[in-house]
Ligand binder design. Sequence first.
Ligand SMILES: [Fe+2]
Length: 264
Amino acid sequence: MNYPELASRFAEYVGGYRSPDGSLSDAFLCKYQHTFDVVRFAGEISAREAFPVGDQLLGRVCALFHDIARFEQLKRFHTFSDKLSGFDHGYEATRILLERNFLADLTPAERICVLAAVEFHNKLAIPEGICGEYALKFAKLTRDADKLAILDLVCRYLKGEIKVEDDTLIALSRSEGTEVSQEILEAVLAGRACSYGMIRNQNDFLTCLFAWPQDLNYAASASLALSGNLYGTLRTFLPEDPVFTRILNLTKKRLKCRCSKSKI
Ligand SMILES: [Fe+2]
């Protein structure tokens, strides 16, 4: 498996979505950069979890391809919403990888890992019993790396360091009031996931992110979220209300708990 060669094939594929002047429009560029953020986090988590070197490389390949269908989705439907487009970008990515023979040089076992990681990265949960333990290792890694990359992106956006042109994060610009719904507060306090349908404003969206630690699989992922102070940063952009301090403390406790043991 040759990561640099696969990365250059990926770049060549994305090149097909460039404007005639060679530029990538903001939304495409946002996904392109997100891909490499996820690759970086997958590399960091897998190294800290002491994956064998070959598995660290395979983890980066999973991350490299996880959002490959986003470009076609945006071109055809002008949105990153799977719901609005009726386009499951996890499943569609597996089609692109197979149709374009991206995985030809991988062993059959490696191919299964990449396809499972890509297909299941955007599902609410990985379906039980659908892939073997080895493939599960990479599906869980990709999901963790994706979450950390998004949390990091939201923090950088809030600090004014970057502009976000990704309408899956559209809630950042929604402005139906500032009050966080009771439904979201209750879910996050209880450690339950929130659905996008619950979100009406930016504060709802930021609060929903506090439910993510429950879904992190690796101790190293929790440790990276803590050391990067990702949740501490998010908290500073939420209202003064002490309920958010309670949520932050609870979140830190959950992260510390995950730090002591991976869920694999
Ligand atoms: Fe995705």
